[in-house]
Design a protein around this ligand. Structure first.
Ligand code: PBG
Length: 354
């Protein structure tokens, strides 16, 4: 090899970026509709939708609308939805009994959607906050402390209710200690060995959940969630949470929020062989939509870049409110854009020749 000659030549990395075709064939990370999970907010009633002011483009849906939305998404290649019920304030109590009501909104929605679209993966949130009068994810004592083990008993009932209704994955988002193992044991003992657990393992006490709390009408009556959700300053603690959930039987580990916590996703990727999900949460959606509405940036381009980055960091699966926007705009646009351009060039050449 004439090494002296080579040393005098510049290394031209731009060759690998020189055309759409080259960029595409060398692209390291790609987004696919199967990577995305659409969260759906449910309300009682028939043929009802209600907008969420802090989440432009997202509505609460009655079960019939949720079925239609799920079918639309599934036809476009989306493989999973995650359900979150808006519970009427009159049904919220200190002990959250509505959470495991086998004829309640949640159970009916799971049954109806699984009956209508059996091939769609349905993920059910397991936490008490939509059902408690105080908005916390757990039961509280008279001093306002969250009761860990008593809450787990409720979460077990909730998971069994969802399993009975036909859920594919239960997703404990409460951050109580030991809940994954307890739920796994209860599912197995009741014959639901096929029901998976997607554990919100590294769920941070984030300011970015505010629009979600608007969507479900949950107000925290006192205190905050810092005694159970993780301190955003901590990374090793997140690894411990995830490793414990894995040992307790979690099938999928989740990091939440996503885009501010890419280091956590990347680190967990090196430490676990389980699939990793990331939740691009309500506040991450709302910030971009607000700027989009001001004309300051293009929401679809920002979402595409954000979701790609979340995947590049190591997530296999992304919960995002931008799912529908992505499949309606960005994903087909990305394919069609280049294709239609080259077709145009071709037909122009043919015209010139003819
Ligand atoms: C509650 C729950 C929250 C989210 C999912 N499940 C909010 C919270 O912990 O207060 C947030 C999701 C989002 O912001 O999109 N168990």
């Amino acid at each position: 090899m004439p090494t002296t000659l080579l040393r005098n030549l510049p290394i031209r990395l731009r060759r690998n970026r020189s055309s759409e075709a080259v960029r595409r064939m060398l692209q390291e990370t790609t987004l696919h509709p199967a990577d995305l999970v659409q969260p759906l907010f449910l309300i009682e009633g028939d043929n009802r939708t209600s907008p969420i002011s802090s989440m432009p483009g997202i509505e609460r849906l009655s079960v019939d609308h949720a079925v239609k939305e799920a079918a639309y998404l599934h036809n476009k290649g989306i493989q999973a939805i995650a359900l979150f019920p808006y519970i009427d304030p009159s049904q919220r109590t200190m002990s959250a009994e509505e959470a495991w009501n086998r004829n309640g909104l949640f159970a009916r929605a799971i049954r109806t959607i699984k009956d209508a679209i059996p091939s769609l993966c349905v993920i059910g949130d397991v936490a008490l906050d939509p059902f408690t009068s105080h908005g916390h994810d757990g039961l509280v004592n008279n001093k306002g402390a969250i009761l860990n083990d008593e809450t787990i008993e409720c979460l077990i009932q909730m998971a069994l209710m969802q399993a009975d209704a036909g859920i594919d994955f239960v997703a404990p988002s409460d951050m109580m200690d030991g809940r994954v193992g307890a739920i796994r044991q209860a599912l197995d003992q009741n014959g639901y060995i096929h029901v998976g657990i997607l554990a919100y393992s590294a769920k941070y006490a984030s300011a970015l959940y505010a629009p979600f709390r608007d969507a479900l009408g949950t107000r925290i009556a006192f205190g905050d969630k810092k005694t159970y959700q993780l301190n955003p300053a901590n990374s090793r603690e997140a690894m411990l949470e995830a490793m414990l959930d894995e040992q307790e039987g979690a099938d999928i580990l989740m990091v939440k929020p996503a885009s501010l916590y890419l280091d956590i996703i990347a680190k967990l990727r090196t430490q676990s062989h389980r699939p990793i999900a990331a939740y691009h949460v309500s506040g991450e959606y709302a910030m971009v939509m607000a700027a989009h509405q001001m004309g300051w940036l293009d929401a679809d381009k920002v979402f595409f870049e954000t979701l790609l980055s979340i995947k590049r960091a190591g997530a296999d699966l992304i919960f995002t409110y931008a799912t529908k926007r992505m499949i309606e705009h960005i994903y087909p646009f990305h394919l069609k854009g280049a294709q239609s351009k080259s077709i145009q060039i071709l037909s122009n050449r043919i015209k010139k020749r003819g």
